[in-house]
Design a protein around this ligand. Sequence first.
Ligand code: SF4
Ligand code: SF4
Length: 631
Amino acid sequence: MKSGCLSPELKTAGLVSRRATAGVNVPGYSKTGIRKSKTSWWRGAALITLNLFMIAHIVQWRFMGKTISPIEPSETMYTLQRGFVNAGFIFFTLAILATLIFGRFVCGWGCHILALQDLCGWFLKKMGLHPKPFRSRLLVYVPLIGALYMFVWPVVYRSIWNPEHQPLIPKFTNHLVTTNFWQTFPSVAVAIPFLFICGFVTVYFLGQKGFCTYACPYGGFFGLADKFSPGKIRVTPACNQCGHCTATCTSNVMVHAEVKQYGMVVDPGCMKCMDCVSVCPNDALYFGFGKPTILVPKSNAIKRSYSLTWPEEIIGTLVFLGSFLAVRGVYALVPFLMALGCAAVTTFLALKMWRLLRAKELSFYRFNLKSSGKIRKAGWAFAILACAWIGLNAHSGWVRYHEFLGNYAFQKVHVPDELALAQSNPSRWLSSADRENILDGKKHYDAASRAGLFVNSEALPKLAWFEYLLGNAEQSIQLLGEAASYQKDESKALSLYYRGAILNRVGRHEEARESLDEALAERDDLILARQEKGESLWQLGRRDEAVTVWTDAVQRNARLALANNELAGAARSLGKLEEASAYEKQADQFTPNDPFYHWMLGRRLQDLGMTELAEKHFRQAEQLGGSGETR
Ligand code: SF4
Ligand code: SF4
C-alpha cells in the first residue's frame, strides 16, 4: 500500500480485503496484500525527466545568456498586469485547457513541487513513517482563494480603483525569450527553505498532498477546471468494493465510495496519477470520457471524516490567516506560496498543541504524545518543536507589524524626488505632517530591524530616504550602500542610483560616479542614473565624457528636461551657441510649468556652474511662484 495509512472510513467499514499473502513479500504485491502500482514508476520517470529539463533550462541560460522565459504558472501575473506574453502564461493557459478536457493530469505528471512531495513521502515511508492526511473542511478553499488573489484580484483592482491609470487591458509585448531568467524568482537562499517547507514539511505534517490541498494556488484553478472535464477515472461493474484504490490514493480521494455512488471519481483533488487503476485487483477502473462532475447531482451518501471539529475549523482558519499575514513578505524574503505552506503547517501544529493540552490520549505517526492524561517524552519533544515554530511565526508577525506601519508612513510622505534631490538638505520641503510621518516610520523600521533576524532589503532604502529627508545625508548614503549589497536587479540599481545622486549633492563626485556605474551595470536602462553620472563627470572635470553620457541619455529619452538643459549649458560653455539654443528649446518643450521644477533645474545647473541657464530658471520659478518661496 503506497500511503500506508487507511482512511478512517475504510477502517470503520473494514473494506480492504487482504490477500492471503498479506504480510509476506510476494512479487508485484505490497506487504499489505495490495497490488503494487505499475504507473507510479512511469509517473516517477516523468517527474524526474521534468526536473532534468528544468535543470537543463537553467544550465542552457547560464551558458548562452539567453533562454525561453520560465515555464512557471506564476509568470502569468506579469501577462495579466503588464502585458508580458511569456512562456509561463502560455504553459498555464494550455494546462488549464488540457485540464478542462482530460482532468487534472498536469498536477500528477508535470509538477516539480508534487515531485518533491512524492520524494518526501517515499523517504518517510523508507523510515517507517506513513504521512497521514490532515482533513479540513474550510482550509481546502485556500488554493482557490489564493489563485483568485494572484490572478483575478489585480485585474479587479485595476478596473475599479486604478490609481496608476493603467489601461484595463495592457498592451501585450513579446517576453518569450529572456536574458534574465531568474528575475522573477526568489534568491537561492530563499528557494532552498521554500522547497523544504513546501515539499517536505507540509508532507510530514499534512499528508502526502499537503501543499497541493492547502496551499497551491495553481491547484485551485486546476481543481476547478477538473470539475468541468469529461475525462475521469471511471468504473466497470467488476468493482467489488474491496477498497484497494482508496487505500492507495495519496490524494485522499475516497475512490471506492465515489465510483460506487457516481460511477466515476468526482473529487477535484484527483490528480489522475492512475495508481488506483493500476492496483485494482479486478481491473475495474479505467480512464474514460463521459459526464463531467458539474453535471452530476451531488449526493450526501458519502460521509467523509475530518481531522477537526467545527470550532477547531474556525480557530484553524483564524490561525491560518494570522500566520499567513505574519510571514508573507517578512524581511522581504517570504514569497506568497511559501507563506501559504508555512500557514498550513502552523495551523496543524497549533491545533495539535491544543489537543495535546486537552486530550487524554494523543499520538502522531507511531509516536505516543500523551497517554492516560500524561504527556510523554515524544509529546514534550513535539511541544518544543511546535512552540518554536509558532513562536517564530509570532515573532515574524511582530516584525511584519512594524514593517507594515513603516511602509504605511513612507507612503504618506509626499516630497517629490526631484525637489528633494535638488540640494543636499531637503528638510525645508517637509511639512509638519511629513516630519511626523517620517519620525513615526523611522521608529517602526528601527523596531523591526532591532527585533528582526534578517535584514529587510526593501525597508532599508525607505529608511535611507527618511534619513536623507531629515538632513542626514551621510547616514542615508551608508544605508543605501547596505541595502544594495542585499538587493538584486532593479531594486539594487535604484538604491545605487539614489546613493550616487546623494553623493553628488554632498560633493563626493568620484564615489557618486562609481555608485552610478554600478547602478547602470545592474540596469542599463536606468536613464536617470545616466543623467546623474554626467553630473559626476562634469564636476570631476571630465567634460567630454559628461557630454557623451548626457547625449546618450537624451537619445534614449528626448523628454529629459534636465539633461537637455545640461547639454545646453555644456554647449554654451564651449561657445556652441546654436547647439545650445537647440537643446534649450528641446528642454523648454518638456519642462513642466511648475515653479518648483524650474527651481530644481536652477539649483542643479547652478551646482554645475551653468549660471546663466540657472538664473533663467530661478527667474521663471519666481514668476510662476510669485512669492519667492523657491529661493
Ligand atoms: S475499483 Fe477496484 S480497487 Fe477500487 S474498490 Fe472497486 S474493485 Fe476495489
Ligand atoms: S483517485 Fe486514482 S488517479 Fe486520482 S489521485 Fe487517487 S489514485 Fe490517483
